[in-house]
Ligand binder design. Structure first.
Ligand SMILES: [Zn+2]
Length: 82
């Protein structure tokens, strides 16, 4: 069940309504509730995503550093035999 806002009186009404039960105005599709709460949510999601990605990069960087050290020791071992 979708809800939206009356374009005339801005009251919360069902999107299925053709006319606003409060003011009787024809309900042109105004911003639906999902859309009006989506914007701030999207902003929060982006922020959280940024934090998660940053943490993931830190994790990968430390793994990469460990791999580099391991690779160096392997190359050193191989280099001595040549
Ligand atoms: Zn209305």
């Amino acid at each position: 069940m979708k809800v939206g806002f009356c374009g005339s009186c801005r009251r919360l009404i069902l999107s299925d309504f053709s006319y606003c039960p409060y003011c009787g105005a024809e309900t042109r599709r105004g911003p639906e509730l999902a859309e009006s709460v989506e914007a701030p949510f999207a902003r929060i999601e982006k922020k959280v995503l940024k934090i998660v990605v940053t943490e993931r990069i830190d994790e990968l960087e430390s793994q990469l550093a460990t791999m580099e050290l391991e690779l160096e020791s392997i190359l050193e071992a191989q280099g001595s035999g040549d």
